[in-house]
Write a protein that binds this ligand. Structure first.
Ligand SMILES: C[S@@+](CC[C@H](N)C(=O)[O-])C[C@H]1O[C@@H](n2cnc3c(N)ncnc32)[C@H](O)[C@@H]1O
Length: 240
């Protein structure tokens, strides 16, 4: 599963960058998460591990907020877009960091991509100093103005490897948590662009190869029109 996620993101750099240029969505999520994390950290954000740094969108935000940021990702291609920060190609489940070595671990739209979040959360707890904070953001989906799920009409779910509630449970197993929902207005075209990212098209068509799944997602969503609400769940955890 993890090798597939890595290959999917290795093939997603251009489409990911195009989506972010148009929507700024991951920048917004990282900014909101950085504020929540700063509020909950005992002594501010010293060193932050940007866990699942991708092309560095969240890294740029944490670099503005924290004294030091370490960008970590499983995808070499995504990570190679980051230039100015310490970079580590590694898996959440085996962090190449010493015990109690960072003040914050930020999973901006990344923890829901692991099949068993409990292992990653245990690793986050291990590397956090006392007084530190962990933050995670995970997708809840897209909704019409009447509150119905956009994908209902297609009789298909846009599903993550890990359900958001499983991610919350994993964090609550190690930390004292607080949580909430962030809502963004978005358009049909942005939902299409999101699913033009090969790693995201895998949410709809995991069994097809990269080109085929992007084509199928485009076809599926071609009739979508109007404005929608995209919802993201945030979770902050502090050691108990
Ligand atoms: C949706 S991107 C988010 C990137 C970035 N945080 C941002 O705000 O743009 C998720 C990233 O998590 C990484 N990822 C997924 N599973 C991982 C794992 N097990 N270990 C490390 N990184 C992982 C992916 O390679 C991908 O770059």
């Amino acid at each position: 599963m993890k090798a597939v996620v890595r290959q999917n993101f290795d093939a997603s750099v251009d489409a990911y960058t195009a989506y972010e240029r148009r929507t700024n969505r991951f920048t917004s999520l990282a900014r909101l998460l950085a504020v929540e994390m700063s509020t909950h950290a005992d002594d501010g954000l010293g060193t932050v591990l940007d866990a699942g740094a991708g092309t560095g969108v969240s890294t740029r935000v944490f670099t503005e907020t924290a004294a030091e940021t370490i960008a970590l990702d499983i995808s070499r291609e995504m990570l190679s877009e980051i230039e100015s920060t310490a970079r580590l190609q590694a898996d959440f489940d085996h962090l190449p960091l010493c015990d109690q070595s960072v003040d914050g671990v930020a999973f901006t739209a990344s923890l829901f991509l692991v099949p068993e979040p409990a292992a990653a959360v245990r690793e986050a707890a291990r590397v956090l100093r006392s007084g530190g904070v962990v933050g995670a953001v995970a997708p809840l989906g897209w909704f019409r103005p009447d509150g119905t799920d956009v994908f209902e009409q297609f009789e298909r779910e846009s599903r993550s490897p890990t359900d958001t509630s499983a991610l919350q449970d994993a964090l609550a197993g190690e930390f004292s948590t607080t949580t909430g929902t962030w809502r963004f207005s978005t358009t049909a075209e942005n939902i299409r662009l999101f699913h033009a990212i090969p790693a995201m098209a895998a949410r709809l068509y995991p069994k097809f190869d990269i080109e085929e799944r992007v084509l199928r997602a485009r076809e599926l969503l071609s009739s979508l029109n109007g404005t929608f609400e995209q919802r993201w769940r945030w979770v902050i955890g502090v050691p108990e």
